[in-house]
Structures are given as structure tokens and as C-alpha cells.
Design a protein around this ligand. Sequence first.
Ligand SMILES: Nc1ncnc2c1ncn2[C@@H]1O[C@H](COP(=O)(O)OP(=O)(O)OP(=O)(O)O)[C@@H](O)[C@H]1O
Ligand SMILES: [Mg+2]
Length: 227
Amino acid sequence: MIHTRDLSKILRIGSIETTVLQNVNIDIEQGEFVVILGPSGSGKSSLLNMIGLIDTPSSGELFFMGHDVSRLKERQRSNLRRGGIGYVFQNFGLIDELNVYENIELPLQYLKFSKSERQKRVTEVLSKLQITHIKHYFPKQIPSLQKQLVGIARAIVSKPDILLADEPTGNLSSACGNKVMDVLTSLNEDGLTTVMATHSANEADRGQRVIQLYDGHIITENIKNRL
Ligand SMILES: Nc1ncnc2c1ncn2[C@@H]1O[C@H](COP(=O)(O)OP(=O)(O)OP(=O)(O)O)[C@@H](O)[C@H]1O
Ligand SMILES: [Mg+2]
């Protein structure tokens, strides 16, 4: 589903060059739950942004659902991104001026879904994540765990091919973080391909496969036997 070949990203700011990712080769197949584990600054977000078609590589190749997307223009990338990729952020990324229902509905408006289809989808996802009772609240009125559940609802409402989660529990207590991990695990068990970045080895244990990043390159890859 996602394949990278010698993917590298070099940032140039003035005369200073930083190697953010170096010759990264990963293969993510449909239905997997892959965790990208690494310390701060190891390149986890940069890699997710590349996979999520938010950023482009400096060199190397990236294939998304069989298409070479390494050198696509922004417009083509955003077309693929919308609907195809769900993104969950550490800081939730909700819009304060919209209530829970409207936050979740927003991606469907971008995708030009009809009002009745939007209503059907949002209602479905509110119920699936057990947050129907907070649909009229605004982000500032709800606790962090609920904010992240809304963030996940918004990411999956368009039924994306893949869910990318960048330190989704980073702003949560361990109990709330566990709950978010339970939700992500259950979505994956329903078939949603998931790639999550974390710096917590404990959390990484909950994925099926762990790719360890350090200074922008893969140091180990570990496939777990879940039986
Ligand atoms: N816009 C930028 N300008 C300068 N350096 C950047 C920029 N974005 C990323 N970097 C550098 O790229 C490297 C990787 O950053 P990245 O954010 O991908 O790491 P990370 O593993 O997600 O870290 P964290 O756990 O803190 O989120 C770091 O050395 C960082 O300083
Ligand atoms: Mg990061």
C-alpha cells in the first residue's frame, strides 16, 4: 500500500543543511498496524508527512496505492490526500469555532458530500466512537481525551485508505492514552491500515510491527508474533 525506496529529505536553511531522513525503505501492506518509534528529532513526523503527502522527498521514491507519488504537484497530492488519508495529531488540530459535529463534518464538506450523506456519516462515526452526547459542544468545553476522539472521528469520517497518527497520545495522561490506543487498535481490527508515530516503547508494543528511527534512518525493524 505504501512503499518507499531510498527516501531522503534534506532541509536547507540558508547555508545550513540538515538531513532529516536518510535512505528510508519501508513497505506497509493493507491492514497493518505499523508503529514508527524514535526519540524526539529522529524524523518520525517528517516521515509521516511524506507518507501523508503533506511534504515531498528530496530524493528517492514513494508509492501510494500503486502510484508513484514522489514528484506530484501540490494539487494532485491534495486530491489524493483528501478522502484517502486520515490524519490524527498530537494537539488534536480541532477548529475552536466549530462544534464537535461540525469539526467532524468538515472533511466531508471539502469532499462535496451531500448534506444527507454528511449527516449519515457523522452520526455513524459519533456513535462508533461513543461521543454522540458531546456533539453540540465546542473543543474548549471538552476534556483532552474527548478532543482526541473527535480528532479520530474527523480522520475516519471520509473512510480513508490509511490512518496516520502522529503521537496521538502525546498530550494525554497514560489512562487516556490507553483509551486512545484501544480505539486505534479496534479500528485497525476492523481493517483500517494504521501508521502511528511515538517515542514510547510501551506504546509501540501495541502495534503489529515496529520500525525504529534514529537520526533520520531506520535502525531496526521488528515484526511481532501476535499469536
Ligand atoms: N521546518 C524545519 N526547520 C528546521 N529543521 C526541521 C524542520 N522540520 C524538521 N526539522 C528537523 O528535522 C529533524 C526531524 O524532525 P521531526 O519533527 O521529523 O522529528 P520527530 O521524530 O517527529 O520529533 P518529535 O518527537 O519531537 O516530534 C529534526 O532534527 C528537526 O530539527
Ligand atoms: Mg514529531
